[in-house]
Every structure is written in structure tokens, then in C-alpha cells.
Ligand binder design. Structure first.
Ligand code: ADP
Length: 745
């Protein structure tokens, strides 16, 4: 076939279907990666309508053309539902417009409908060109030369309803909107002791309802995939009544718009409200969140996700031009690529099996995480634990923090306490980290102690950076013995890991210390071994991104460079990720250090940029990137060297990064990690040989690493893990900065 195996030289990008936050970041990534690979890049406005109409709707675009769009919600390219594209005539016109411009590849960002349409175009492509040539609407020569249209799909959909990727573009931002709204409603609901029914989007997919339910501690959820058993009105009313009886001040019911009962009859928010008013005699209000869920500036995760997917999409087009159309997705931190139509078909089959009332199959297709989350929420919403006798003996388990506060710590404690109690064990808290263990500062947890903890920032239990040493071991031994502890769950940062390691080592000679310990990674720095992500990092990233967006806006009219210092200790995760999410042109990381040569090159690049008309510069420096070249030093250097071309301001973001209500992602990860960690602690506490473990996420799944490995997993001279997969994103940050361009963002 003519042209086969040759890499495409031009590409067009479009957004289609429902808009989703992050689409702009994906467009920006496709454009900048394409241009840096030497491709001619076109942007198509108004989705498939633009392809059909051609003309001004398909424009060449430069790196600058996608500046300043990263932080914008929706899609700046526009999107439209296009009836004509469903017909062959429409697609033929689209083919002609593409072929005439010599466009050989298409990156489509949309939902399953859009991806189906794009695939159709791609499949029919050679025939469409022949038809055009036969009708005299396209040069035969052009038709013969362009026998192939390479297609990659990225899923833009707030529902997170697509096979082939763990997350779709826009879903995390939608969860932010929903979580903010439910948190706000929660406070008014508990003030008035009211019940609220909240309707969220999701016709055939309960992801948003389920995850927002987990993230907000909702008291009942209704999903399309898992209808409640018959008699649900009574079950729901009883459960909510029982909650009130033991002191719960608010009732929140989350219902997906496509929720239904076992017979396929819709369950609506109004219907739930009527049932609650009748059976509970309570003032009940309905809030339908509607289009608020789609809107607003994309979350840090959506900006990151879209950026890596856009980058990978162009790489795929260049590396495998002859492959069948691919869908680019993410699994954990890994980018994956799989046949587009296979994923579309799997996705569409869920709607089909739901329509056939085959809910078991629907849950199977959704996968393990979805089912586990549903089981977890069912357990969490119980008013109090059922009278379970533990399978083996009743254990006394303690939870503690250590290290700096990380948003999500409280969420993790809440889940661990309730899972532990639900399994029939006694749950205690140790206050203020290892200091509390040395001083014997314990507290007893009841089911309702942690009732409102899910959304609280900080650490209700208290934390400290105090690290015990030999001199504290007698006291620790005494308290562990007195309290008859069978295990400890440490939810915290490196101080906690080091303290736990020390206790485990000391156990060799002090049998009373010989109890199992599980460490759960919670640190905004994301500098802990055994996990690709720690709880708190996502909230910190969102906080940085919000602040940097504002800082950038403050400088719209001036020629100014900002040097922003972010936290991270000796780990550059927050700096690199926030750089990617805010469009910084340079990030300085402790992993790389800073040289005078770097600074010289960077200041020259900035000067050259401002000379060409650039208005804003953004540099992010991790707080410990270099001992000598501090943020103030860099600011002073740039200011001097920038002369009249630009001025420089520094912004040290400081402790705001550690605070605030946890992001939905942190709440969800905290929930998953805490549930698995406490179960694992219970398992190992029943073994004769106690052990220490580090919980973590790898490829999006919870796994455990022996605590004994801690020293080998860390850099010898720095407080960060030897293996940091996120560093693979370094080259991408350079491409995204679009360094040769006059505008940043
Ligand atoms: P989403 O992409 O969000 O699922 P839609 O289902 O509305 O949104 O699809 C968006 C557009 O994709 C439609 O307006 C239409 O132009 C095109 N499209 C959808 N399904 C098909 C199809 N089967 N064949 C051709 N085009 C399609």
C-alpha cells in the first residue's frame, strides 16, 4: 500500500462530544509534541462539524497558539454534536477536507460516540477517497497518495466510563466539583439535621456517584450497575434512622442519574426524597448538581493526565502508523495503548447488560476496584458495626501518625477505625506521633468518633516529627505491654517509616516490641518507598496549581518572570508535577541539582523569549533543589541579567501546601490504602512471626513491601526513594514548555 509504514508528517487534533475539563491540556500536549517532532499540526474547531465544514475550521496551529489554555475549563476548540458526520456523505466531505490539506493522522478527544465516529472515518478512508476521485471532487493523484488515516483516541468524558483506561479526561475535575458541593451541603445539612438527596451525572456509569460517596462519607448511594435489593425504601430508611439514633447530624444520599431498581425502573432523587419524608418524617431537600459538574478549571490530575496522554498519542502515531486505531489510556502511572474499537465495544456493552438487568455482568466489566469500592461504602455507611466476632481473637490495634501533616490522614484513620471495628477488633489511637507512644498518650475509638473526619484537613490525632531513639525504648515497651497492643498502623511520612523500622529492629532483643507494624504512605512530598503515590500529594498539587494560576493572572500586562518555590523536601515530585500542570518553562529539582551553567542557559532563554514578545515567565524551584542557588539567589540573578527586558518576583508558597481539605483523589486513595492496610495488619497480627510492612500503590493497585527493605529502597545520601517512576516524565516537561516559543502557559 502506498505510503504505508512511512510516518505521518501532519496531524489534526479535535475535541468532540460532551466537553470535559482537561481537553485543552490534551490539545496543547498534542500540538506541542507534534511540533517538537517536526509535524505540521492542525486544530479543528467544533468537533466533527469542523471536519465536515472545512475552511477556517481546520487551521494550522503553532506552539504559541495553545499558550494560556492549560488552566481553562471546557474546550477552546469547541465541540458540537454533528448529525452529518453520522452519514457517509458527511464523512466523505470530511475526508476531502483532510486529504486536501495533506493531513495524515487524527487525534480525537471525546467520548465513545466520538471515537466510534472517528473509527468509522478511518475504516472507510480509502473508499471515501476513491469515491471523491471518481466524482471528480479530489485529484486522483492525491487520492492515490493518501491511502491511510492514522487515528488515536483519547477519552474525554466526565463519567470515567471507558474501558482501556483507569481514568478519563475530566472525571477527576468532576469529582472535585461534586465533592466541593457535597462538603458544602454537608455543613448546612448537619446544622439543620436535614437529609439531602444529591443527583450526580452518570447514565450507565456509577463512577461519580460511588467515588463522590466515598470521598464525602455519604450515607447511601444508588448506582446504575448495582441496583438495591427489593424493599430498598425500608432498608434505606432503617439505615438512616439508625444513624440518627447514634448521633449522626446529617444524611446524605447520592444518586446517579441512571440509577434504577432490580427491575430496571428508574430510581429518582424526587422519589428518594418522598420516601425519606414519609418514612423518617424529616425535612429532605434535593440538589441536582447538573452542569456544574462539567465546568471549571481542570484539576491538577486532569492537567497531568491530559498532558501525558496527548504526548503519548503523538508518540504512538509516529511509532506505529500502521497499527489499527488505538486508544491511549492510563493504568496507575503507566501509559497504555490498546485497540480503540475493542474498548468502545466493551464500554457500550455495559449499557446493554444493564438494559438486560444483568447487573452481575455489569459489575464484572467495571472491574475489581469498582466492586471493592462499593463493598467498602456499604460497610462504611452502617450506622454502627454489626455484632461480629472476629474470626480469630479480638485484637487491640493502634493507629498513629508521624511526620508533617498530609491532607487525607483523617480520611485514612476514619476508614481504618471503621474497618477494624467492623471486623470485631478494638481500635485505639496514639496521639502526637511517637511522642504519644513514649508518653502513653492513647485514645479509644468508637464508630462515631471518626464520623465527620472524612473531609477534614490536618491530623485530628496529632502528629509530630519526633523520632524515638534507644533511650525511649523502655517507655515504648512499657506502653505497648500495658495497652496489650497487637499491632500498629502508622499513617505518615518518612519519620514514621524510620520510627517503625527502629521498633522492628529493636524487637530482636525486646520481645515486648515484637508486634506487627504497617506503614501507610501519607506525605505531600511523595517521597516514600514502596508506593508510586502517597496520600496528601494530590491535595498539595492542587493547592500549588491554584496559587500559580492566580500568580500568573496577576501579571497579565507586565513582562515578568516568577520564580515559585514549592515544598517537597529532597524529592522533586511536587515541583515537576506542578510544572507540568501550570505550564512552567523550567523546573529545578533536587534530583538534578542546579549548576551555574543551567542558570546561564535559562536566563538567556528567558531574555530571548522576552525579546521576541513573551509577556510572562514561570520557573518552579523545589525547596531543596540546591543549597547555594536558592530561590532568592535565582530571583536576584534573573533580575540583574534580565535588565530592562523583564522583572522578576519570587513566591514561596509555604505551608498552604500542607493544609486544606483533602482532594477527592487523596480521599479515595486514603480509603483504599487504609482499608487494605488494616486488613493486612489483622492478618499478620494473627501470625506467630510479626512483621513490618509498607503499604503502597503500584500500577494503581495496593501492594505491600517488607519494612526491612527500607534502607535499600532509599537513596544513600538523600531522603527519597531510589526508584521514582515519575522522573520518566522529565523529558515531557521540556517538550511541553515549548521552549522555543515566545509565550508561556
Ligand atoms: P460522546 O463522544 O461524548 O460519546 P456523542 O455520542 O454525542 O458524544 O458523539 C459525538 C459525535 O460523534 C456525534 O455528534 C457524531 O457526530 C459522532 N458520532 C457518534 N456516533 C457515531 C457513529 N456511530 N458514526 C459516526 N459518527 C458518530
Amino acid at each position: 500500500m502506498l505510503g504505508s509504514s512511512r510516518r505521518p508528517t501532519s496531524i489534526a487534533v479535535l475535541t468532540s462530544g460532551g466537553d470535559a475539563a482537561g481537553m485543552n491540556a490534551a490539545v496543547r500536549a498534542v500540538v506541542r509534541t507534534g511540533i517538537s517532532a517536526g509535524l505540521t499540526v492542525y486544530a479543528v474547531s467544533e468537533g466533527f462539524q469542523g471536519l465536515v465544514d472545512g475552511g477556517d475550521c481546520i487551521r494550522r496551529i503553532t506552539s504559541d497558539g495553545v499558550g494560556g489554555i492549560l488552566q481553562r475549563g471546557g474546550t477552546v476548540l469547541g465541540t458540537a454534536r454533528c448529525q452529518e458526520f453520522r452519514e457517509r456523505d458527511g464523512r466523505r466531505r470530511a475526508a476531502r477536507n483532510l486529504a486536501e490539506l495533506g493531513i495524515e493522522a487524527l487525534a480525537v478527544i471525546g467520548g465513545d460516540g466520538s471515537l466510534t465516529g472517528a473509527n468509522q472515518l478511518c475504516t472507510e478512508w480509502p473508499e471515501l477517497l476513491d469515491e471523491l476521485a471518481d466524482r471528480g471532487e479530489l485529484d486522483r493523484e492525491i487520492a492515490d497518495a493518501r491511502r491511510r488515516l492514522v487515528l488515536v483516541g483519547l477519552v474525554g468524558s466526565i463519567d470515567n466510563d471507558m474501558a482501556g483506561t483507569d481514568m478519563t479526561i475530566g472525571a477527576d475535575t468532576a469529582l472535585h466539583r461534586i465533592t466541593e458541593a457535597i462538603d458544602a451541603i454537608q455543613s448546612t445539612a448537619s446544622s439543620h439535621q436535614r437529609s439531602f438527596v444529591i443527583e450526580v451525572m452518570g447514565r450507565n456509569c456509577g463512577y461519580l456517584a460511588l467515588m463522590s460517596g466515598i470521598a464525602t462519607g455519604a450515607n447511601f448511594v444508588f448506582l446504575p450497575e448495582s441496583p438495591p435489593d427489593d424493599g430498598w425504601p425500608d432498608t434505606m430508611a432503617e439505615a438512616l434512622k439508625a444513624g440518627r439514633a447514634i448521633g449522626r447530624r446529617s444524611n446524605i444520599v447520592v444518586v446517579a442519574e441512571g440509577a434504577r431498581d432490580r427491575h430496571g425502573e428508574p430510581i429518582t432523587a424526587q422519589q428518594i426524597r418522598n420516601i425519606l419524608e414519609e418514612k423518617l418524617g424529616e425535612d429532605t431537600r434535593v440538589t441536582s448538581l447538573g452542569h456544574v459538574q462539567r465546568g471549571g478549571s481542570p484539576s491538577a490530575f486532569d492537567r497531568y493526565l491530559s498532558t501525558v496522554l496527548g504526548f503519548a498519542a503523538v508518540e504512538k502515531i509516529l511509532s506505529s502508523p500502521d497499527a489499527e486505531p488505538q486508544l491511549i489510556g492510563i493504568r496507575g502511572h503507566q501509559i497504555i495503548s490498546s485497540p480503540l474499537m475493542q474498548n468502545v465495544e466493551t464500554t457500550q456493552s455495559v449499557a446493554k447488560v444493564i438494559a438486560e438487568h444483568d447487573y452481575e455482568r455489569a459489575m464484572e466489566i467495571r472491574g475489581g476496584n469498582f466492586r471493592n469500592s462499593l463493598d467498602l461504602i456499604k460497610m462504611m455507611v452502617q450506622a454502627q458495626p454489626h455484632e461480629t466476632a472476629p474470626e480469630e481473637r479480638r485484637l487491640r490495634l493502634a493507629i498513629m501518625h508521624a511526620g508533617g501533616p498530609a491532607p487525607g490522614m483523617n480520611t485514612a484513620v476514619r476508614v481504618a477505625v471503621r474497618v477494624g471495628l467492623d471486623l470485631g477488633h478494638t481500635m485505639l489511637g496514639i496521639r502526637d506521633g511517637f511522642r504519644g507512644l513514649v508518653e502513653g498518650n492513647f485514645t479509644m475509638f468508637e464508630w462515631m468518633t471518626v464520623s465527620s473526619w472524612v473531609a477534614n484537613g490536618g491530623a485530628e490525632l496529632g502528629s509530630s516529627r519526633f523520632l524515638p531513639d534507644e533511650s525511649n525504648l523502655d517507655a515504648i515497651e512499657q506502653h505497648i505491654t500495658e495497652q496489650e497492643l497487637d499491632g500498629i498502623l502508622m499513617i505518615g511520612g518518612f519519620t514514621g517509616y524510620s520510627g517503625a523500622y527502629l521498633l522492628r529492629q529493636a524487637a530482636a532483643t525486646r520481645p515486648a516490641l515484637s508486634i506487627p507494624i504497617v506503614c501507610l504512605p501519607a506525605s505531600i512530598n511523595n517521597d516514600l518507598p514502596g508506593s508510586e503515590l502517597s496520600v496528601g500529594a494530590d491535595t498539595a498539587l492542587n493547592s500549588i496549581v491554584r496559587d500559580v494560576d492566580k500568580i500568573k493572572q496577576s501579571a497579565v500586562a507586565s513582562q515578568r518572570t516568577f520564580v515559585v518555590e514549592v515544598m517537597g523536601n529532597q524529592c522533586g515530585y511536587l515541583a515537576l508535577m506542578s510544572g507540568l500542570a501550570t505550564g512552567a518553562e523550567r523546573v529545578y529539582l533536587p534530583e538534578e541539582g542546579i549548576t551555574l551553567r543551567d542558570l546561564q542557559v535559562d536566563v538567556e532563554a528567558l531574555s530571548a523569549g522576552f525579546t521576541r514578545g513573551k509577556r510572562l515567565g514561570l520557573v518552579i524551584r523545589s525547596e531543596k533543589a540546591d543549597e547555594v542557588y536558592t530561590t532568592s539567589f535565582i530571583k536576584a540573578l534573573f533580575e540583574r541579567e534580565g535588565g530592562d527586558l523583564f522583572d522578576v518576583r519570587e513566591a514561596v508558597l509555604g505551608h498552604v501546601q500542607q493544609g486544606g481539605s483533602p482532594s477527592p483523589f487523596d480521599r479515595i486513595q486514603a480509603t483504599r490504602l487504609a482499608s487494605s492496610s488494616i486488613r493486612r495488619l489483622i492478618d499478620v497480627a494473627n501470625l506467630t512471626e510479626p512483621t513490618g510492612l509498607m503499604a503502597g500503590l503500584r500500577h494503581g493497585k495496593v501492594h505491600f513491601t517488607p519494612l526491612n527493605d527500607l534502607p535499600h529502597l532509599m537513596e544513600p545520601d538523600a531522603r527519597r526513594p531510589r526508584r521514582q517512576d515519575w522522573l520518566d516524565l522529565r523529558p515531557l516537561a521540556v517538550v511541553m514548555a515549548g521552549r522555543s516559543t515566545p509565550a508561556t502557559g
